[in-house]
Write a protein that binds this ligand. Structure first.
Ligand code: DBV
Length: 249
């Protein structure tokens, strides 16, 4: 059992229980990819697997799970709502590298500085954030240009002990996911054309940022080469632009 397997298993169980899940197609070649990395005693097989679902309110629920031994484990799990809803993104980046653990967990807002939006989608999360923050202190430096994409309830932490990941981070991940699904249940379609246009712009802004700045690009390129990596990023991980220009039938 690898570090983030229980996270993925619990997330899928929770989604299955609460949502009418349908599969979301994963382009050929991206369900599972492996490479032999390193030399001699340090050689490891690094396997990246992808999982994806959709529902009437959620355009894409997707996970990328990288498993490459004790010092290389990553679960990147993101939910992209349909464009008729003003829902935030659910974003979890759970990263274990030789240097340690790096945890980012948030409901990433479409309109960070809009007080009404904050009241609707951030304030209800603040008690949960405050609760977990006691055990998961602020992780320090992160890119200033990423700031607009995170909410005031952004949990960003670098636990020193794996046990903290298995306990507090695990609980926080599920608490955020459950609260996100509460928002999903309550969400009503947006009808005003101006609001819909603003949502699409905000989704594209977020998506372009994430695709362009994907912190995993270097790692994936080393393991699987640049062609596979760019196609994985634009054709699966952050695929909204492709879907808008070439919708699946
Ligand atoms: N990050 C992804 C995807 C990953 C992934 C799709 C499938 O968006 C993994 C894999 N994140 C990943 C890895 C690292 C990070 C780091 C491998 C380590 C990179 C390294 O050190 O070499 C949140 N993730 C990070 C960092 C942040 C995030 C802030 C530190 C990067 C840095 O300091 O530059 N989540 C990440 C992020 C956004 C988000 C930047 C922006 C909106 O939602």
């Amino acid at each position: 059992m690898t570090l983030y397997q229980p996270f993925l298993g619990a997330a899928i169980a929770c989604l299955q229980e609460r949502l009418p899940l349908q599969p979301y197609p994963i382009p050929a070649g991206f369900e599972s990819k492996s490479a032999l990395v390193g030399k001699g005693k340090h050689q490891e097989t690094v396997v990246t697997t992808s999982v994806a679902f959709q529902t009437p309110k959620l355009r894409q629920i997707r996970a990328a799970h990288v498993q490459g031994g004790k010092s290389l484990q990553v679960l990147n799990f993101v939910i992209f709502p349909q464009l008729q809803y003003d829902l935030p993104f659910f974003g979890a980046d759970l990263v274990t590298l030789p240097g340690g653990h790096l945890i980012a967990l948030d409901m990433q807002p479409l309109f960070r500085d809009d007080p009404q939006y904050q009241a609707k989608y951030t304030q209800p999360l603040l008690p949960t954030f405050e609760h977990f923050r006691q055990h998961l202190p602020w992780g320090g430096d992160f890119p200033a240009e990423a700031q607009p994409f995170f909410s005031p309830a952004f949990l960003w932490t670098r636990p020193e002990k794996t046990e903290v990941v298995e306990t507090h981070v695990f609980e926080a991940f599920l608490a955020y996911l459950h609260q996100y699904l509460d928002f999903v249940e309550q969400a009503e379609p947006i009808l005003e054309p101006q609001s819909l246009a603003a949502i699409e712009q905000a989704q594209l802004r977020y998506l372009r940022y994430r695709a362009e700045k994907d912190p995993a690009r270097g790692m994936f390129t080393r393991f699987y080469g640049p062609e596979w990596t760019e196609e994985y990023i634009h054709g699966f991980l952050f695929d909204l632009e492709r879907q808008l220009t070439h919708p699946r039938s």
